[in-house]
Design a protein around this ligand. Structure first.
Ligand SMILES: *[C@@H]1O[C@H](CO)[C@@H](O)[C@H](O)[C@H]1NC(C)=O
Ligand SMILES: *[C@@H]1O[C@H](CO)[C@@H](O)[C@H](O)[C@H]1NC(C)=O
Ligand SMILES: *[C@@H]1O[C@H](CO)[C@@H](O)[C@H](O)[C@H]1NC(C)=O
Ligand SMILES: *[C@@H]1O[C@H](CO)[C@@H](O)[C@H](O)[C@H]1NC(C)=O
Ligand SMILES: *[C@@H]1O[C@H](CO)[C@@H](O)[C@H](O)[C@H]1NC(C)=O
Length: 388
């Protein structure tokens, strides 16, 4: 008798439970957009196998936003660069109705990080179309991607890739040699301050107005690859990024500058400050999340990323990461530097894939580290923390 009552009771409870879910579906289910998307890429291999240039980026972005207007949105930042290119931002939001914690990823500020647009677009594609990435990564955050922050510099270096290299210092001063050789490296954009200049270009990642030029005793010369500009924000790129970053403001909780290390077996996860040895206020959290990410994204040969404050190696002022941290006030800011060859073999897909895979894994590990630090991914069962 008692048993029967219990059975009815439970059946009734289940019935109302089911009714409730049908009448009031969880918001995410209907509105997230996640369910409407198709799974297109579950492949382990990369989708974009050539270095993505500006034109291709425009096409990919156009395709994405045409197919998924609800969740993918393209913004052209202004002002345009001196070669009339607009820096492109791709915004991915799983839920139009509500704002979620924002993650900003900026890539290819340096003219040699050819793989960064690939890494960021590959990650965007996975977030949108690969179910393994939708929960937790896509559905829990708003993603703001700037895959190619220095389009002129990238066009310049990629366009010259098949030429014979010449030491950059000599190249800058010899206009005859410039006709059929390429500089050995190029970190800058290509802007000119005077028409008759042989040395041109400004290092965008030295051009931000937070302790600009505070690190050096002597301003780098016009020809240097670290030339910081006549004044802070002299470059269109830094201006465009500044406006965008300020517009996003508080919605950004985690910012990552996807950079590259050009030294073999020297790979880094860095955080502010880069201009000063002074520790940031969130030093312990930054270091802990960085170390967690390093463990989770162990490098293919078993090494770990070196994790520390940016200024430990060398003091560098006017960087975008210090600006975001110091002026915008974002607490979690990282610079990720996986190894990247300079002027890699343009058709070698394996080199590109290695950089892309490492970058994605490191970015997502930082997100995981952050979730863990805020216990966003932890449930407590009988006093034990269980991660998911
Ligand atoms: C964009 O879509 C068009 C038409 O569907 C296709 O031909 C083209 O290859 C796509 N471009 C990229 C870069 O995916
Ligand atoms: C720059 O590009 C835009 C868009 O492609 C175009 O409308 C504009 O005329 C261009 N400006 C110059 C000076 O070429
Ligand atoms: C400049 O380069 C050209 C050709 O590469 C070379 O013949 C010439 O000697 C160089 N000039 C100077 C001043 O080094
Ligand atoms: C280049 O032009 C500027 C003014 O436009 C002038 O001051 C400078 O002396 C010139 N430099 C050379 C090397 O001709
Ligand atoms: C570049 O890579 C391709 C494909 O891996 C290879 O066939 C080619 O020989 C390489 N070129 C050079 C100059 O190493």
């Amino acid at each position: 008798m008692l048993l029967q009552v219990k059975v009815y009771l439970i059946a009734t409870l289940y019935f109302f439970g089911a009714l409730y879910v049908i009448l009031f579906p969880p918001r995410n289910y209907v509105m997230s957009g996640a369910k409407m998307r198709k799974v297109r890429s579950a492949s382990k291999h990369i989708k974009f196998t050539n270095y993505i240039d500006y034109e291709m980026l425009l096409n990919i972005a156009k395709n994405l936003t045409r197919e998924d207007q609800e969740i993918a949105h393209v913004v052209h930042l202004s002002p345009r660069t001196i070669n009339n290119r607009s820096i492109l931002a791709l915004e991915l939001r799983s839920d139009k109705q509500s704002r979620k914690p924002g993650i900003l990823i900026i890539g290819a500020l340096n003219g040699m990080t050819w793989g960064a647009p690939n890494a960021i677009m590959e990650l965007s594609d996975k977030l949108l179309y690969n179910t393994n990435y939708q929960t937790p990564f896509f559905n829990d955050y708003d993603w703001y991607m700037v895959p190619l922050a220095n389009p002129d510099g990238h066009y310049f270096t990629q366009n010259l890739h098949s030429r014979k290299p010449l030491d950059v210092e000599i190249w800058c001063r010899n206009t005859t040699a410039q006709i059929d050789t390429r500089p050995s490296v190029w970190y800058k954009n290509v802007d000119k301050e005077n028409h008759n200049e042989t040395c041109f270009g400004t290092n965008i990642n030295r051009n931000f107005a937070y302790h600009w030029q505070d690190d050096v005793h002597k301003t780098p010369t016009r020809c240097s690859q670290y030339y910081p500009g006549k004044k802070p924000f002299s470059t269109a790129e830094a201006q465009a990024l500044r406006s965008y970053i300020h517009e996003l403001g508080d919605s950004i909780q985690l910012a990552i500058h996807l950079h590259a290390s050009f030294v073999l077996k020297k790979e880094f996860i860095l955080y502010p400050w880069r201009y000063s040895l002074r520790q940031p206020s969130s030093y312990n959290t930054l270091q802990a999340i960085g170390e967690y990410a390093a463990r989770k994204s162990r490098l293919p040969d078993g090494r770990l990323y070196e994790v520390h404050q940016g200024s430990n190696d060398a003091r560098v002022a006017g960087t975008i990461s210090d600006y975001i941290s110091g002026v915008v006030g974002t607490e979690l800011v990282y610079v990720v530097k996986p190894y990247h060859e300079q002027f890699p073999n343009y058709t070698d897909k394996a080199t590109l894939e290695t950089y892309v895979t490492k970058s994605i894994s490191t970015i997502l590990s930082l997100v995981r580290g952050w979730r863990k630090s805020t216990k966003q991914n932890t449930l407590t069962f009988f006093g034990r923390d269980v991660e998911f």
